[in-house]
Design a protein around this ligand. Structure first.
Ligand SMILES: [Fe+2]
Length: 312
């Protein structure tokens, strides 16, 4: 049995106050007397929270892989860019150092990861045409010459015999709860039909990101006497919601952070799973003269007559 697994992260937004920053990330700092010193960047509470999830995901990857070969995919927005606020630094170099440290941790934790593919994200976040991602990919490849690291806009990978179509931009998750997944299904069906019209078998797995929201849909089609099946996943992020996203997504409050894992055995896609932690970012407050703000992440118990719905 030839088993290989895929591990996908996306939208880590290194360089944002609300994105991934790894402990021990060092940058050069010029002192008043002209000397240059290494300075270790300090993690804020959001970044400490993201790191807990990141470490948990690495643990899930180790368990899921069981020593088998891993393909690691970063599906875009490795850095935050300098067009939006809430930055650790607007410097492209500093943001690349931050992103490089995070990807290095993946490779340190996962020695059976031989292949890394980085997909280029949104121009505003990656200094134009995926420039920061191209540079981080280059530096990561130099740091780990035994690993195959490449950076693309849109990748059609056949991994262990399973065709996977991967790019950053794709369908939105759906503007209403009851519409979730519909856009992804239209998008997936259209891609499948386009491939079939051109005489190709559609990719078995399609991976998209950008919306920081997890969606998974599978479509089966009968083509003559056989069944064609494709699954699309839109990846969750490792970045908390910023001022811009609060406006564009119209006050999202249930934020899900995590990664995607898939299993391939002998040319078949046998499993696609998400590992996710959801948090409610609303400030929960009970105004009863006690002046307290609820520290927990659940809905206040009283609203349910006991038993809150605190999410992990
Ligand atoms: Fe993003």
């Amino acid at each position: 049995m030839n088993r290989k697994i895929g591990f996908i992260l996306a939208d880590t937004h290194g360089g944002s106050d609300l994105g991934m920053l790894s402990p021990g990330t060092q940058i050069d700092m010029e002192l008043p007397d002209g000397r240059v010193e290494k300075r270790t960047l300090e993690l804020n509470p959001v970044q400490l929270y993201l790191n807990k999830i990141f470490e948990w995901l690495l643990g899930v990857a180790i368990q899921f892989a069981q020593g088998d070969e891993i393909l690691f995919i970063h599906d875009g927005d490795l850095t935050q860019g300098n067009r939006h606020g809430s930055l650790i630094s607007p410097s492209e170099t500093i943001q690349e150092i931050i992103a490089l440290k995070t990807l290095s941790r993946v490779l340190e934790a996962l020695p059976t990861c031989r292949t890394v593919r980085i997909l280029k994200g949104t121009g505003a976040h990656v200094f134009g045409s995926g420039d920061s991602e191209a540079m981080v990919g280059k530096l990561l490849g130099q740091q780990y010459p035994d690993r195959d690291v490449r950076v693309f806009y849109h990748n059609l990978i056949t991994f262990n015999g399973v065709p996977c179509d991967i790019s950053h931009h794709g369908p939105p998750p759906g503007r209403r709860t009851w519409l979730e997944g519909n856009e992804a299904r239209y998008y997936l069906r259209s891609l499948m039909l386009a491939e079939l019209v051109d005489g190709r078998v559609p990719a078995r797995l399609m991976v998209r990101a950008h919306y920081h929201t997890y969606v998974k849909e599978t479509i089966s089609m009968q083509v003559n006497s056989s069944e064609v099946q494709s699954t699309i996943v839109v990846c969750p992020s490792l970045c908390m919601v910023d001022d811009y996203a609060r406006k564009v997504v119209k006050s999202p409050y249930k934020i899900s952070l995590g990664g995607i894992f898939f299993e391939t055995i002998d040319g078949r896609l046998t499993d696609v799973q998400v590992a996710i932690k959801t948090t409610d970012v609303r400030t929960k407050e009970i105004i009863d003269g006690s002046d307290r703000i609820e520290p927990d992440r659940g809905v206040p118990a009283a609203a349910h007559g006991g038993g809150g719905t605190g999410t992990g």
